[in-house]
Design a protein around this ligand. Sequence first.
Ligand SMILES: Cc1cc2nc3c(=O)[nH]c(=O)nc-3n(C[C@H](O)[C@H](O)[C@H](O)COP(=O)(O)OP(=O)(O)OC[C@H]3O[C@@H](n4cnc5c(N)ncnc54)[C@H](O)[C@@H]3O)c2cc1C
Length: 328
Amino acid sequence: MTNHTIEHTIIIGAGPCGLAAAIELQREGIRPLIIEKRNIVHSITQYPTYMHFFSSPENLEIGDIPFTTANDKPSRLEALNYYRTAAQRHHVRVQPFETVLSITRTEEGFKLSGEDRFGSPRERYCRHVIIATGYFDHPNRLGIPGEEMDKVSHFFHEAHPYAGMEVAIIGGSNSAIDAALELERVGAKVTVIYRGSHYSSSIKPWVRPTFEGKVAKGSIAMKFASKVIEIADTHVVVQHEGGEEQLANDFILALTGFHPDRGFLMETGVTMEAEGYPTFDENTMETNVPGIYLAGVVASRHEANEIFIESGRFHGRKIVQHMLEQQK
Ligand SMILES: Cc1cc2nc3c(=O)[nH]c(=O)nc-3n(C[C@H](O)[C@H](O)[C@H](O)COP(=O)(O)OP(=O)(O)OC[C@H]3O[C@@H](n4cnc5c(N)ncnc54)[C@H](O)[C@@H]3O)c2cc1C
């Protein structure tokens, strides 16, 4: 005899894809519980304060709630308002400020062990688990001497604190380009150090001409086919075809992307494919452990670039269809 509540489904993570999955399940009469270690769309709260999404608002919509924005692309603040409102309108059940640390099998399904924000243990029981934990807590590390210094950050919030400083941005994606432009505007001396030999094709086409103009004028320094190999108090060492070079430096923004942490997934028996992504059925999102599903960017490969909100928001639909078929 069990004396604890057994949820039909627990979703771990209240990002856009976890919320979308919850709403899809609700449409079919299942009322999942989301466990979220901070609060709704926590990852987006950590994005650069003044950023704009590259997606048009309609491509970020969940739960048939219209997303209208003042400009072509939503701002971070508009996205926070939107996802919070969508969750409220659909009465999604979210338990905020609780972290799931492990998943173990039980006779009825799964036990999720975790802790609340004061460190007190929490146990939850369910028949199905949807893991929608994203990737934003795990930046891709550089693995070079000096990376642990205070002057190095893997997150960019806003430019003001860097005014007048020598800032090296490592990376060549949209995050790096947007940060460089914002920093240049406040008078930081910006050098972008990128391992690629030409601009990334993923850079927003409407931003690239502005960036290239700044590079041509010399107000932003761009180093292609280069990598930082050492970070020191007042300089960095950059390696490129011509050899090694020492650059004066006050701050490093290492905007080198993120990767999902699948620790508890693997402990539960979910296997990893050679390419570095978890084993799951693309049609149902179920992993090799029956009853454990993936939603959102946690299902992507190491580089975590092929699943966005645009695509990950539909994972819940596949999951609930599979659940309904299983019940037949
Ligand atoms: C600067 C930037 C701009 C972007 N712009 C776009 C864009 O224009 N269009 C687009 O489609 N995508 C964009 N993306 C990508 C997009 O934001 C991600 O793909 C998206 O956040 C993935 O959603 P998710 O729900 O899978 O994960 P997340 O949004 O990362 O949500 C995961 C949630 O899980 C919680 N969590 C993690 N671990 C636990 C745990 N153990 N216990 C409990 N809770 C946990 C986290 O706190 C978080 O709230 C952008 C990303 C960045 C960084």
